[in-house]
Design a protein around this ligand. Structure first.
Ligand SMILES: [Zn+2]
Length: 114
């Protein structure tokens, strides 16, 4: 996955409009930066189907990363108690309960009775 950046560039021609002070340069130009086999690869995208696809992919990746973060936060926040009858989970917080239900993840151990 990568990052999609919008940039404005100066072309460097001394008599171009972009050489005027305060001109932000030519653009918007869209760059998709990705790491492929350990190398950073920059792809220049023109507005159109390819750019729209890249925007969707970046958005999807961001949602996925946010989900992973939520699941990690919930897992890290689970506390176990070892009882003679086996492991029980300490009471979940409302946030943990909501996230687990939302992601349809069953509890790995029974919850301690209230
Ligand atoms: Zn220019």
């Amino acid at each position: 996955m990568g990052a999609l950046n919008v940039v404005w560039r100066k072309c460097g021609k001394p008599n171009c409009a972009c050489a005027q002070p305060g001109h932000r340069g030519h653009g918007p130009q869209y760059n998709l930066t990705r790491r492929i086999d350990g190398k950073t690869v920059n792809v220049h995208l023109k507005p159109g189907p390819e750019l729209a696809k890249a925007e969707r992919e970046v958005a999807r990746h961001q949602r996925f990363a946010a989900l992973v973060e939520e699941v990690t936060a919930v897992s890290d926040g689970l506390h176990l108690t070892y009882t003679p009858a086996g492991i029980v989970l300490d009471r979940l917080t409302q946030v943990q309960r909501t996230i687990l239900a939302h992601l349809d993840i069953p509890l790995p151990w029974p919850e301690k009775p209230a």
